[in-house]
Structures are given as structure tokens and as C-alpha cells.
Design a protein around this ligand. Structure first.
Ligand code: NAD
Length: 494
């Protein structure tokens, strides 16, 4: 496939996304396709093939033909592919970033940051042989126990639209270095970045058939869950679908890890640093146009913090749609986001910054930064995932009220506290119902080697998707107990 030619936001078509099976680009058996739309321009830049069970079955067969040889290679040898992939991604970083920007709509800088974070995930894959040494102990005289991490076999992954390059790379290094073959089902809205990932993996020396892509939507995902030849599936997307996919895959006995949506609460108290807090909160709720599972969604204003809210409003209103803030993924999402804003306004909340009607390009999909004050706790704008550049401010009097509000939310992805008081920081971080907690940081993503994953309705399954937990998810631990002693009567095993 040709490289993606864009070096600016100018509309640039790309090749159609087919399935990548056994090292070949092939159409889905059913022959159906869907448009891939550049959200900045609202124009079709490619088509994506829509697969289902016959395509997943074809990929499983291709994977099974080669996974035995791959599994038998030492982990150090498998990891060499990640060293080469890292170099190739660095070589092509701008091309990969422009592709993310065009298919997803985020700005070039945000896209480049995404690809660089993807490269960090690949670096973690390079380190796995050093971490995966296992362990051993003489548990009694002459008796030794050791554990080794072994591959599961053929695994599946399902990813969302908002990080077309990075979220696949949350899975690829661990699953491949772990000795498995992989079948990825990218979001049908953004399947193009994975074309380049497949080709870079091949260029890095990965044997054909170890990494496969089956494109499509619901049918392809259900096929991954149902196929008896697939041993584990990881999913990243909305809570509604995460729950469905978790249940469907687990019912067939597969190992499942499904990350869902979020409603992240940021708390500010009167002693918070004005400059740091305002800049950070704005970056959190407007970055990637709010289409991040780690984006700030509710600002819990504790006590007298009007000066900070004023500064947040000033900074947010200066952001230029199309330059500082990217496009929204599609028209349905624009309607959903503006619907929440309309409803909050209709119910008496006050719009400090209104992003409705802001557009950088007539054909594209846009919502500008929106700050809504005095949203009642429990209002849909304060409790449901909006997934756009909208921050709902809920006013409370005490830190305990703020914590109670955060904890009453069904999600549990991320939460942050802005304060200059260590005691307050500690009090909050130890009490909020969130898997990822920040102090004076609006997007508290645990970077490698720390694992990414929320709690409650933000995640179904055990462990985290990245870091060491990711490796544990894609491997199984074998425990080997050996006795070579001659003195049979002196050991507890006989
Ligand atoms: P989505 O749930 O609509 O789609 C995710 C994947 O599921 C896609 O590949 C899609 O094809 C597939 N899918 C959609 N409907 C399906 C169905 N009925 N059955 C089976 N599969 C189906 O999510 P999205 O709109 O692509 O992404 C945004 C969502 O993802 C937000 O809720 C966001 O919070 C969440 N997200 C979570 C994390 C995290 O780490 N927790 C990270 C990124 C995004």
C-alpha cells in the first residue's frame, strides 16, 4: 500500500481498508463496504470492508498455520520485531500522525502526541523479555517450583475511533511478544492507521499470519467473541458495548478484558494554583475535542473558586476551532453533544462559554469549547458521558461533598484534585472511586510501565490493558514443580 501523502490538513484521499489476513490485503467475504469520512472536511477519504464470521474464520486459520512456530521462538527473538517497529514508526512519525489527523479529525499536534505514545507502548514491548523472566524457588529440599509465561494462542482485539494508532498499540506489543497471533478489529470509522501498522509490522520482520486485521462493525466483533478458535479478546470502547462484548465472549469461556466509557470528575479547591489549574483543566476538557476517555467532564467546584472558573472561561473562549481544537467524529456525535448543552441550558444552567455553531469548515463536524455553570448534580450533563469538549460545573461546599458526588457516578475511569495542600490531595486520592487518579493533572494517564484501566462501569474484567497487566492478560502462567532429589523420604512430595 502507498504511504499516506498528506502533509497538511488539505483533504487527501487514501486507499480502501481491506482485511489483512496471512500477509495479504483481501476483501470481506460478504463484499459490503462503508465510507471512511474525514471529519474535518466531511468528505469520504476511503472505504472500509465490513467483515463477519467467514472473515474471522479465515484469519483464525491463517493464524493457526504459523502461531506454533512463533510461540516456539524465544521471547527475546519475538521482541526484536518491536525494536524494529519502534525505528520504523520513528522514521514515519509525521506520516502516521497526518493519517490519524485525517481519519479521526484531531489536530496534527494531538495526532503526533498519540503516535509518540504508541511508540512508548512499543518500547514497553521491547522490555518484556527482561520482565518476563518468570521466577523460581526451591520450596523444600530438592523440590523446585518455577513459573513461566506461555502464549494463549490466537487472540482478538477491538478498538474505538478516538485513538486509531495508540489504542491498537495498547495491545499489539504484549500480545505478540507474549507468543500469540492476533486478529484486530479496528473501529470502522478509523480503519486506515491500522493499514500502516500492519505494513510496518511486516517490514519489521513479523511473520505473515501473526498479525491480522478483520475490518467491520458489530458482526465482526461478535464473530471474534463467538469463534471457538479465539482464546482471549480485549475491547476498548463505550460502556454499553463493553458490557455486551464482555458477556458474549465470557459465555464462550474466553478470557475477556473490556474497557468502557467515562465521566471524569476534576475537583478544585480554593487553594489550587490559579495558573496551573486553569491551563490544565482547559487542556483536559478540550484536548482531542473532548473525545478522550480521560477528558475532564465534570468540574466539581468546592467553595469559593470563582477566580479559577473565570480564568478557565477566559482561556477556553480563546481556543480557535480547527486550529487549537479538532473536529468531532461525525454528525450524530455533534447532535448528541449539542443536545446535552441545549438540555442543560433549558434546565437553567448558565453557559459561560458556548461552542455551539462554531465551525472551522462548512463541510466538517465541529463543536467549540463549552463551559456550563451551575449544573445540578444528577443532571444528564453532569452524570452521562457526553464525549465532546463540554465541561459541566457542579458547585459544592466541601471536599466530602465533592467526593460523594464523584463516587455516586457509575463510571470510575479517572478523577483529579487541584490543590496546593498535600493533606487534601491525599484525602481525596484515597477516597475517590476511580482507577486512575491525578493530583494537579487533568489527564492522569499512567504512562508505561504503569497499566491503564479504570474501575466500576469503566472496565469489565481483571487487570489493566497496558503495562505488565497487559502481558499477564495475553499469557498464561505455567507452574512447574520438579524433584530431582534422591532422598525420597525427606521431601513433602512422593
Ligand atoms: P463504541 O463502543 O461505539 O465502538 C467501539 C468498538 O465496538 C468499535 O470497534 C465498534 O465497531 C464496536 N461496536 C460498536 N457497536 C457494537 C455492538 N453493538 N456490538 C459489538 N461491537 C460493537 O465506541 P467508540 O464510539 O468507537 O469510542 C468511544 C467510546 O470509547 C467512549 O465511550 C470512550 O470513553 C471509550 N473509550 C474508552 C477507553 C478506555 O480506556 N476506557 C479508551 C478510549 C475510548
Amino acid at each position: 500500500m502507498p504511504k499516506f501523502a498528506a502533509t497538511s490538513y488539505e483533504f487527501t484521499p487514501y486507499v480502501d481498508a481491506k482485511n489483512w489476513i496471512g500477509g495479504e490485503w483481501v476483501d470481506s467475504a460478504g463484499g459490503q463496504t462503508m465510507d471512511v469520512i474525514n471529519p474535518r472536511h466531511g468528505k469520504v477519504m476511503a472505504k472500509v470492508t465490513l467483515g463477519g464470521m467467514p472473515d474471522v474464520d479465515q484469519a483464525v486459520k491463517a493464524a493457526n498455520a504459523v502461531v506454533g512456530d512463533w510461540r516456539d521462538r524465544p521471547m527475546r527473538e519475538r521482541a526484536q520485531v518491536m525494536y524494529r517497529l519502534k525505528q520504523l514508526m520513528e522514521r514515519d512519525v509525521d506520516e502516521l500522525a497526518w493519517l490519524v489527523s485525517h481519519e479521526n479529525g484531531k489536530t496534527f499536534n494531538e495526532s503526533k502526541a498519540e503516535v509518540l505514545k504508541g511508540i512508548e507502548c512499543v518500547e514497553y514491548g521491547c522490555a518484556l523479555p527482561n520482565l518476563g523472566a518468570g521466577t523460581q524457588l526451591d520450596v523444600s529440599r530438592g523440590v523446585n517450583c518455577r513459573i513461566v509465561y506461555e502464549s494463549l494462542g490466537v487472540c482478538g482485539g477491538v478498538t474505538p475511533f478516538n485513538f486509531p494508532n495508540m489504542v491498537p498499540l495498547w495491545m499489539i506489543p504484549q500480545v505478540l511478544v507474549g507468543g500469540n497471533a492476533f486478529i484486530l478489529k479496528p473501529s470502522e470509522q478509523v480503519p486506515l492507521s491500522c493499514i500502516r501498522l500492519a505494513e510496518l509490522l511486516q517490514e519489521a520482520g513479523l511473520p505473515d499470519g501473526i498479525f491480522n486485521i478483520v475490518n467491520g462493525a458489530k458482526d465482526a466483533v461478535e464473530a471474534l467473541c463467538d469463534h471457538p478458535g479465539i482464546d482471549a479478546v480485549a475491547f476498548v470502547g463505550s460502556t454499553r458495548v463493553a458490557k455486551l462484548v464482555y458477556g458474549r465472549g465470557a459465555a464462550t469461556g474466553k478470557r475477556m478484558l473490556c474497557l468502557g466509557g467515562a465521566k471524569n470528575h476534576l475537583m478544585i479547591v480554593p487553594d489550587a494554583d490559579l495558573e496551573l489549574t486553569a491551563q490544565n483543566v482547559v487542556a483536559s476538557f478540550t484536548g482531542c475535542a473532548g473525545q478522550r476517555c480521560m477528558a475532564a467532564s465534570v468540574l466539581v467546584a468546592v467553595g469559593e473558586v470563582q477566580h479559577i472558573i473565570d480564568e478557565i472561561a477566559t482561556q477556553a473562549s480563546k481556543l480557535v476551532v480547527g486550529e487549537d481544537i479538532g473536529a468531532i467524529t461525525n454528525t450524530e456525535s455533534v447532535a448528541r453533544i449539542t443536545g446535552y448543552i441545549d438540555r442543560a441550558e433549558g434546565d437553567g444552567a448558565k453557559l459561560l462559554v458556548d461552542g455551539r455553531g462554531k465551525a472551522a469548515d462548512a463541510g466538517g463536524y465541529w463543536v467549540g469549547p463549552t463551559l456550563i455553570d451551575n449544573v445540578p448534580a444528577g443532571h444528564p450533563a453532569a452524570s452521562e458521558e457526553i464525549f465532546g469538549p463540554v465541561l459541566s460545573i457542579v458547585r459544592v461546599d466541601t471536599v466530602d461533598e465533592a467526593i460523594a458526588l464523584e463516587n455516586s457516578n457509575a463510571y470510575g475511569n479517572a478523577s483529579s484534585i487541584y490543590t496546593t495542600n498535600g493533606e487534601v490531595a491525599r484525602y481525596v486520592t484515597e477516597r475517590v472511586e476511580a482507577g486512575m487518579v491525578g493530583v494537579n493533572i487533568g489527564v492522569p494517564v499512567p504512562r508505561e510501565p504503569f497499566g491503564f484501566g479504570g474501575w466500576n462501569h469503566s472496565k469489565f474484567g481483571q487487570g489493566n490493558i497496558t503495562g505488565w497487566d497487559g502481558f499477564r492478560f495475553w499469557t498464561r502462567v505455567r507452574k512447574i514443580t520438579s524433584k530431582w532429589a534422591q532422598q525420597k523420604d525427606q521431601t513433602w512430595m512422593s
